[in-house]
Design a protein around this ligand. Structure first.
Ligand code: PLP
Length: 359
């Protein structure tokens, strides 16, 4: 099986797994202790959580704090509901975790349109009365990189907070500049599933969304998992240490895949893009048939979060694709553990399967 679905999730780094194991140990080693207990094993677990918090915080700018959550979706809910906006501006490119949460918040919502390259323009109209602007760093479906630094400045100029969903960018690119709130997810940066975080700029106050024992600085009650925190922390530290090496590897894979899939149309900007995301289309392609012909290549038809819904992707429509074009698109996602031979093999098989369809 060739795994090419790195936007849906990434493999767990062996280093992250190693860091988790002591906190999953049996009764003798006491790794199971509650990190909120004041006794010695509890304090040891709490210390591991704080090391992990520092490791995650190191991926983000100074001047903020990290609150662990169960996922990026939860972090985004905390940011949106917790900042109690009455007027929200969200980009058309956002993940459902932002779009649906914005709609559920009861605030008035303005959608910031994207252009045909999949980019929100830095001078897009933002209503003056907006109190929260949300624009993602890297789009999960087509990989385009949004001008979040400039948009964060625009938000500040009108007195609004700026929320950045950095799930697909953090640990791969430099952290978004100027944001007040940043959501991230361990499983998109080679850490475990079941843990995310919200980075909160100092001075920004949020209302808690999960009430109870007051853990996570009173913002997110519930016992933390030291194993998940330690895995997240180790994955973050590894991503920081390997950022350039990973980047260069992905550039090489991208260049080869583009060469091999030269007959395919690229969806979204080629330059302002995370190159581990190759979203391409071919007119007349039956994607369902392609996927069933290529059962040992794991890739995606549109976003994994939306796949199975039968609906064409809102992102591909936002960049002006017709339903037919959106439905003839595939997303090939690769990363740190993808080998050049795997990309070559997968592209050859994808081309052959498309050719068998006569497209
Ligand atoms: N935001 C983006 C851009 C994503 O790609 C995803 C996951 O696909 C999420 C948010 C949700 O992350 P999580 O799985 O941690 O809830």
């Amino acid at each position: 099986m060739i795994y090419l679905d790195y936007q849906a999730t990434t493999p767990l780094a062996p280093e992250a797994r190693e860091a988790m194991l002591p906190w999953l140990s049996g009764p003798e080693a006491m790794g199971f202790a509650n990190p909120h207990s004041p006794h010695r094993p509890g304090r040891a677990a709490a210390a591991a959580v704080e090391v992990a918090r520092e490791q995650v915080a190191a991926l983000l700018p100074p001047g903020g704090r990290v609150v662990f959550t169960g996922s990026a979706t939860e972090a985004l809910n905390l940011a949106i509901f917790g900042s109690k906006p009455s007027q929200l501006a969200v980009s058309a490119m956002e993940h459902a975790a932002v779009l649906d949460t914005a709609r559920a918040s009861g605030a008035r919502v303005t959608v910031l349109e994207a252009d045909s390259e999949g980019l929100v323009r830095a001078d897009v109209a933002i209503p003056d009365e907006t109190d929260l602007v949300a624009v993602m760093q890297v789009n999960n479906e087509i990989g385009t990189i949004q001008p979040v630094g400039a948009l964060a400045e625009r938000a500040r100029a009108i007195g609004a907070l700026f929320l950045c969903d950095a799930v697909q960018g953090v640990g791969k690119l430099q952290a978004p500049e100027g944001a007040d709130l940043v959501a991230l997810s361990a499983h998109k940066l080679y850490g475990p599933k079941g843990i995310g975080a919200l980075w909160i700029r100092d001075g920004v106050d949020l209302a808690p969304q999960i009430h109870g024992g007051g853990q996570e600085q009173g913002l997110r009650s519930g016992t933390l998992s030291p194993a998940l925190c330690a895995g997240f922390g180790a994955a973050a530290a590894l991503s920081a240490a390997r950022m350039e090496e990973d980047f260069a590897h992905i550039e090489a894979l991208w260049a080869r895949a583009r060469e091999l899939l030269a007959g395919w149309e690229l969806n979204g900007s080629a330059e302002l893009r995370w190159h581990g995301n190759l979203n391409v289309r071919r007119d007349g392609l039956d994607v369902a048939r392609l996927m069933s012909d290529l059962r040992d290549v794991a890739f995606s038809a549109g976003s994994a979060c939306a796949s199975g819904s039968g609906r064409p992707s809102h992102v591909l429509r936002a960049i002006g694709l017709s339903d037919r074009q959106a439905k003839s698109s595939i997303r090939i996602g690769f990363g740190r553990y993808t080998e050049m031979g795997e990309i070559e093999d997968a592209c050859a098989r994808i081309n052959a399967a498309a050719a068998a369809q006569g497209v």
